[in-house]
Design a binder for this molecule. Structure first.
Ligand code: CP
Length: 319
């Protein structure tokens, strides 16, 4: 853990989990655990980030990520402002660079960006002096999703990741969530399995630190957790899946599959859910589901991210 007084969070931005060391991750999750208590109080607000400004710049749709960053900022008393593509001058052709510099001129402490293009968050971070958080860029990375998933699993597994096995199931090719999770879970000592039809596995998957399956019954056997992924229907025009009912028959996570896993198996899904396609109702709403715990973890984890970036030059709290 990071009770070491020499530890110092050094990152201006959070662009990808690959930039983080294990002490960074443990420190961030410890801070999130401290903030979780605030989220259970009758009055869920502390003055920690009073006077700080957070801009939520979402060029792609979001329910969970955008709302939880907004809630996170407000619970820490930061002022939060939203800018979406619709209703902004992006729709008049203003560039990402000019939009970013315009936001910067208003003096935010942190800009949180979601963008359909891989690399957009890094592009902005290189041009802005404030902190930049990647809230999902194309197929590339979704670091706060991986961190909140780790936070959820840390609580489910009593802070003991070693020797655990987690299966990531579904549309891995198009998933920034899978990319960030595979890296972070490996860093934490979790053994990762992937299961998908061949057409929904990314190029180069053989170089990922994970075992690859196409048969779900084999993949789910004795796992400690399953992370089902949304089938990204908007990206299926290329004929990767000739038949959705065949996909559902082979890859929709059901209670029968969970009976092959370890008895205390946890089920995660980043959302939004395609019920009946990649996850059955009985699993999504069943006793093994951690889906709504992930949403709650998202608030605590994003409080920690905003706190660390907005106060990085001010000494910071100890975890
Ligand atoms: N998991 C996730 O990123 O969900 P949203 O698209 O609703 O933010």
């Amino acid at each position: 853990m990071t009770n070491d007084n020499r530890y110092h969070w050094k990152h201006k931005d959070l662009l990808d989990v690959t930039q983080l060391s294990l002490p960074d991750v443990q420190h961030l999750l410890d801070i999130a655990a401290g903030f979780q208590e605030i989220n259970l109080r009758p009055v869920k607000k502390v003055p920690t980030l009073k006077g700080k400004t957070v801009v939520l710049f979402f060029v792609e749709n979001s329910t969970r990520t955008k709302t939880s960053f907004d809630v996170a900022g407000k619970r820490l008393s930061a002022d939060t402002y939203s800018l979406a593509k619709t209703g902004s001058s992006l729709n008049k052709g203003e560039s990402l660079k000019d939009t970013g510099l315009t936001l910067q001129a208003m003096g935010p402490d942190v800009v949180v960006i979601r963008h359909p293009s891989s690399g957009a968050a890094e592009f902005l971070a290189e041009r802005l002096s404030c902190g930049v958080v990647n809230a999902g860029d194309g197929w590339h990375a979704h670091p706060t999703q991986a961190l909140l998933d780790a936070f959820t699993l840390r609580q489910a597994w009593n802070n003991d990741f070693a020797g655990k096995t987690l299966l990531i199931l579904g549309d891995i090719a198009h998933s920034r969530v899978a990319r960030s999770n595979v890296h972070l879970l490996n860093m934490l000592g979790v053994h990762v399995r992937l299961c998908a039809p061949r057409t929904l596995l990314p190029a180069g998957v053989d170089h990922w630190q994970a075992d690859v399956y196409d048969d779900l019954d084999a993949a789910v056997r004795d796992v400690d957790a399953v992370m089902a992924l949304r089938l990204q229907l908007e990206r299926q025009q290329a004929g990767l899946l000739p038949d959705l009912s065949e996909y559902s028959r082979r890859y929709c996570l059901t209670a029968r599959h969970l009976s092959l896993a370890r008895p205390e198996v946890g089920v995660l899904h980043p959302g939004p859910l395609n019920r009946g396609l990649e996850i059955s109702d009985e699993v999504a709403d069943g006793p093994h589901s951690l889906v709504l715990k992930q949403v709650a973890s998202g608030v605590s984890t994003r409080m920690a991210v905003l706190y660390l970036l907005a106060t990085r030059n001010e000494g910071g709290l100890s975890a």
